[in-house]
Design a protein around this ligand. Sequence first.
Ligand code: CP
Ligand code: NVA
Length: 307
Amino acid sequence: MAKRDFLTVTDFSSQEIQDSLLLAQDLKAEHKNGALRQVLKGKVLALIFHKPSLRTRVSFESGMYRLGGSVLYMTDKEIGMGSREAISDVGNVISRYVDGVMIRTFAHKWVEDLAANSQIPIINGLTDDYHPCQIMADLLTVQENFNTVENKHVVFIGDGNNVAKSWMNAARRLPFQLTLTCPEGYEPDAGFMAEVKRDAGDRVRIVNDPMEAAKGADVLYTDVWASMGQESETAARKKIFQPYQLNSTLLGQANKDCLVLHCLPAHRGEEITDDVIDGPNSRVFDQAENRMHAQNALLVSLMGSGS
Ligand code: CP
Ligand code: NVA
């Protein structure tokens, strides 16, 4: 069977996303009962990081160990992708040693090039453009709380960044409402938005007024205002994004049982206030925990014996 990659949420069909979430729920239950299946025994996953991480690294490492496999952690210091060695050569070589690669890097094109030149599954652990593993964990969290994501209204407040775009990709595959509220000029690019509109139509909208956007939300989601690689814009963005802070006033616009989500790391007091991230609506730590279970499902389907 041809190898499969997971570079964006849209690499999976609607059915595959739903199946993956069900598998994640089963694996999570087994993990809680201490009976996780060791279906990746003997398999090795390489983890390549060009940006820092807590959740992605630890959840992939511990997930692989719990499934019976092992990992190899590398940074670009060792590999020199595209500088010490062509990305295509890296892909062809690493495919001879390991059974899969998770990569976190800057340009999405690098991940696409690596995938095109590898004979093993490549998993995107975050690029400047997308963070699909995060969204699988987020969908799992929504599903756990509401039993379904169908017809829910998810409101993403802040930058039209890699996480926001991955939520849009999810809305291209699953029938929920998605509102992005961001300052003018911080929306995803027009080419991407045209693709989203083509697949999701009116279910996805961009609203510049955050108070308007948050009305009737089932999920209020935010992320840092300056992503990794945008550190030089931090001060300017702090001013521009101030009206987009997820605080109790904004939460007051949402439904009573609204979930507050944040992919973390959070800059407390900036994009989200302490009372909201630590408040009764917040599920951010369940969400972080779900990274491992959602990714274990991906690893089993991409690297397991049936794949
Ligand atoms: N949410 C997330 O990807 O966290 P890390 O950057 O710590 O991996
Ligand atoms: N948008 C953030 C997500 C971090 C998990 C970043 O890219 O830095």
